[in-house]
Design a protein around this ligand. Structure first.
Ligand code: 9L3
Ligand code: MG
Length: 134
């Protein structure tokens, strides 16, 4: 499984991260995640991320380095997040309820309110560090 930590420059030097609100399954519907999905056989994580974000958000992205934390979803299924940059398109919620761009303060508030999918909370420290980097 691969997810994308898509970061953009908000324009004034601040960085913002793209979060997507899950529509399913019921246990996590309404909670926010880094968008992504399952790699197909023979696909690299980077290739899978490009495909998933094209399908889910109708954007093209440039995948980068993996985040340090690896999340064990269940036996044999690990979730890896890759930093990514938007190359083209405006993200559209094709499969999600909604999309939002958050800065460090907004991400902290969402985490404090328990609004993220449980698996993705492992990345909060790394995400906040990147959003706060000068
Ligand atoms: N999942 C958790 N965090 C994420 C992603 C992309 C996925 N950032 C978990 C939730 C789902 C499962 O993985 O139960 C499958 O994800 P998808 O293929 O429905 O996106
Ligand atoms: Mg998905």
């Amino acid at each position: 499984m691969v997810a994308g930590a898509v970061v953009r420059d908000a324009g004034d030097g601040r960085a913002e991260l793209l979060l997507a609100q899950r529509a399913y399954p019921p246990e996590v519907a309404g909670r926010w995640e880094l968008p992504g999905g399952k790699a197909a056989d023979g696909e690299t994580l980077a290739e899978a991320l490009v495909r998933e974000l094209r399908e889910e958000l109708e954007v093209s992205v440039l995948p980068g380095e993996p985040l340090e934390q690896r999340v064990l979803l269940r036996e044999e299924l690990t979730l890896v997040a890759l930093w990514a940059r938007l190359l083209g398109g405006t993200p559209r919620a094709v499969e999600h309820h909604a999309l939002t761009w958050v800065d460090a303060e907004a991400l902290t508030a969402m985490a404090d309110r328990d609004e993220l999918v449980p698996a993705d909370t492992a990345w909060i420290p790394e995400l906040l560090a990147a959003l706060r980097a000068p």
